[in-house]
Design a protein around this ligand. Structure first.
Ligand SMILES: [Zn+2]
Length: 337
């Protein structure tokens, strides 16, 4: 089991190096080609059959996680920070965070925040007693992530920081390493960078892959907790097949294919509509003349927190569905094979 290691690696947007190195060393023995592009995406190529109907499929899961970066240090040695990706004040208060070089701090507030996204009131206490001491320990711009240990809960539920989207990376690694026969299609497994700050890695990787079809493997909401917003997807109900989110309206025919395939292979699944937020599919589908794209998502409670929770049964369903897709001769909605 390597999901525990994967979630605990440091990988705030733009600083994904240790995640990339870990995944690269795991994937290299399974790849037909493996390389890192100039922005830091890891691209693992798996050659398909010689069938004339084969396609180029780009499957993207992002390596980066949300976090913070130091913007200033006060005379008393407290750090001011900005957010890297979608973080709320409410979630951050009283959390422990770890900077890339190892320094640990606690997030606090001066109590004057106007709204949940106003981070000017936040400060980080690393225990330094002066500006000089703090500056000797951290650099301006240094990133930090939540501390959130990998924790098995009841049943097949697990909690951790960075579940978004190390769980997607894990699914790609499982599909790559466990496939019994080569895929029907040429598959580019892309472990992308900087998704949380605007799908930046995928926008670059799509130029390398030049896909006929795009797939984002990422988390989605789980609307099954007290006071949850309206939403359909729930933990334990299977792989979530994206219909749309804030960044993409999925290709109708691919959505139908995935639903039909899942139903005919007894793979638990649910349709997904996410009111806000996006995935790498948002970048892929706009490439050149357009790329039919879809998403296979993992329902996740408390995303963008130190305690994102997924159900490993759903993860298994996503693995089966993705493996089925890349081995299917026809991705035709009417005739999935
Ligand atoms: Zn994500």
């Amino acid at each position: 089991m390597y999901l525990d290691d994967l979630t605990q690696l440091f990988g705030v947007s733009g600083f994904e190096k240790s995640v990339r190195e870990y995944i690269q060393s795991f994937c290299k023995s399974y790849a037909d080609d493996i390389f890192v592009d100039q922005i830091g995406n890891l691209i693992v190529f798996k050659k398909g059959t010689d069938h004339p109907a084969k396609k180029r499929i780009m499957i993207s899961a992002h390596m980066d996680e949300i976090g913070f970066a130091v913007t200033d240090v006060t005379d008393q040695g407290f750090l001011k920070v900005r957010y890297m990706g979608g973080i709320s004040n409410k979630v951050s208060l009283y959390q422990k965070i770890q900077f890339r070089k190892g320094v640990i701090g606690v997030v606090l507030s001066n109590g004057k925040e106007e709204d949940d996204k106003d981070f000017s009131s936040l400060y980080v206490d690393i225990g330094a007693s002066s500006k000089e001491e703090a500056m000797s320990l951290i650099d301006i711009g240094e990133p930090a992530s939540y501390i959130g240990p990998f924790t098995p809960l009841t049943g097949r539920l697990i909690a951790s920081k960075a579940m978004d989207d190390r769980i997607g990376c894990y699914i790609l690694m499982r599909v790559l390493s466990e496939m019994e026969t080569p895929p029907m299609h040429d598959v580019f497994f892309v472990f992308s960078v900087q998704e949380e700050v605007g799908l930046r890695g995928a926008k670059v990787a799509v130029h390398t892959c030049k896909p006929d079809i795009g797939v984002a493997v990422d988390i989605t909401g789980s609307f099954d907790t007290p006071g949850a917003a309206n939403g359909f997807t729930k933990l334990g109900k299977g792989a979530a097949i994206k219909v749309m989110d804030g960044s993409v309206i999925c290709d109708d025919s691919l959505v139908t294919f995935l639903c039909t395939y899942a139903a005919s292979h007894q793979i638990p699944h649910q349709r997904e509509v996410l009111a806000r937020g996006g995935t790498d599919a948002g970048a892929i589908h706009l490439f050149e003349k357009g790329v039919p794209s879809c998403g296979i998502s993992i329902p996740t409670r408390y995303a963008h927190s130190p305690v994102g929770i997924v159900d490993m049964a759903d993860v298994g369903s996503c693995i089966y569905l993705l493996d089925g897709m890349i081995h299917s001769q026809s991705l035709d909605e009417k005739n999935p094979a």
